[in-house]
Design a protein. Structure first.
Length: 76
């Protein structure tokens, strides 16, 4: 999993989690918890989509390499 996240992504994950926990302690478990949870879930969703995009890009690159090898093999 660490192959798909760069330092910037890990920093955003850590900062988002820290800010969410800080917001919980500063506002308490009031009606503002829904707003904080919504923002946190959006951040998690964006991180999840970035991860899936990275995995798909690596898969596509591997498939393209395989196709390239087959084409070079046919030319030889």
């Amino acid at each position: 999993m660490l192959n798909h996240f760069d330092f910037g992504s890990l920093a955003v994950i850590a900062i988002t989690l820290i800010l969410f926990i800080a917001a919980l302690f500063s506002t308490g478990f009031t009606h503002d918890i829904f707003l904080e949870a919504g923002v946190f879930l959006i951040s998690v969703k964006l991180i999840h989509l970035a991860y899936k995009n990275s995995v798909n890009a690596k898969d596509i690159a591997k498939e393209l390499q395989d196709i390239k090898k087959l084409l070079q093999k046919d030319q030889d």
